[in-house]
Design a protein around this ligand. Structure first.
Ligand code: MRU
Length: 340
């Protein structure tokens, strides 16, 4: 059984509230905050107190349960809950898991709108979380089998327990490979891309791996090519925020560059994603909406300006990697070769 010491969500039956680990405070401070209103849920997603595609889907699902509780006795309950669904959907545009979770919960709301209590909505939010845990475990097993024994693996952004309800997507696979290799006496080593500009790798992945005693080295994003050339990267594994019908996918900005580098150096490049990340309504990557975030996140680090006042910047938070660069997509039901 693979294990993680990181707990992202805590559900409290007594208060009917979801607590989330505050990812803005990590790695310095490990603290939990309670989400007590629909606005709290929406704000937590927008300001990235919680982030990572499956994690924001789970958060939105519980946010809609909060809305259902608030409005269930009102004659306009469906309209009010729909309004809150729109609020939650307007938080971040790229990860499809958010919209998938909202659509699923709204379906449950409509189906149970005549019930005395919104218990069915809570059950469905909890099921989304439970299913994510199970999908993480299945991906970890399939991924570890497909990738086999490797000494050094490189990952980008944070795809771990912090980004999901369970072990993580790509980081879940990394956990499984490490557990297996530790049992054989040759643990895995992970290169952690710092992931500019938001630093999910430096702040979150390094913290998560260290907490679980997985050997890792933090590098800046522009060092990846150097270590690949030296033969020190045996495989690359990342997560995804949306995978289209032709298997192009959006993930954290910098992923596309890594995929190009991996191809040039003949290094296998894997993507791990649960079912909720697949968007069959979109044909190819060119139709994915890419979130543009604030320029402040590029010119400021921890409140300190690192570029001249007034300089022009861009901040696409994601990029799209064409399926041609992908060796395998690790899913809960097995590994897809997107180029067959
Ligand atoms: O902007 P973020 O931190 O939400 O972006 C997260 C990623 O890009 C992850 O790689 C992605 O959500 C897939 S892993 C769960």
């Amino acid at each position: 059984m693979i294990h993680s010491n990181v707990e992202t969500f805590r559900w409290h039956d007594d208060t009917q509230c979801l607590e989330i680990i505050d990812q803005l405070a990590l790695p310095e401070t490990e603290r939990y905050i309670t989400l007590a209103s629909v606005d709290d849920y929406a704000r937590a997603i927008t300001d990235m107190t919680v982030r990572g595609a499956p994690a924001i889907g789970i958060t939105a699902a519980f946010g809609l349960y909060r809305s259902a509780r608030e409005h269930w006795q009102s004659p306009d309950r469906l309209a009010n809950i729909q309004k809150d669904a729109q609020k939650l959907a307007a938080t971040r545009p790229t990860a499809v898991n958010l919209f998938w979770a909202i659509e699923r919960i709204m379906h449950t709301v409509q189906e149970h709108i005549g019930d005395i209590t919104p218990d069915a909505v809570l059950s469905d939010a909890q099921a989304i979380w439970r299913e994510d845990i199970a999908m993480n475990e299945a991906m970890a097993q399939h991924g570890a089998k497909a990738i086999g024994n490797v000494r050094n693996i490189l990952t980008h952004c944070n795809t771990g327990a912090l980004a999901t309800g369970g072990l993580g997507t790509a980081l879940g696979v990394i956990r499984a490979i490490d557990a297996h290799q530790k049992s054989l006496g040759h643990p895995l080593h992970v290169w952690v891309d710092e992931t500019r500009p938001y630093l999910q790798g430096a702040r979150l992945t390094a913290w998560e791996l260290m907490k679980d005693q997985i050997d890792c080295t933090l590098i800046t994003d522009n060092m990846a090519a150097h270590f690949m050339k030296q033969g020190l990267v045996d495989a690359v594994i990342v997560g995804a925020d949306r995978i289209t019908k032709n298997y192009d996918f959006a993930n954290k900005i910098g992923t596309y560059g890594l995929a190009v580098l991996a191809k040039f150096h003949h290094i296998p490049f894997y993507v791990a994603a649960p079912d909720s990340t697949f968007d069959c309504k979109i044909e190819s990557g060119k139709d994915i909406v890419i979130e543009e975030r604030s320029a402040d996140e590029v010119v400021m680090i921890k409140g300190k300006r690192i570029a001249p006042e007034g300089v022009k910047t861009r901040h696409p938070a994601f990029d799209v990697t064409p399926h041609e660069l992908v060796t395998g997509i690790i899913t809960p039901s097995g590994v897809i070769n997107p180029n067959k």
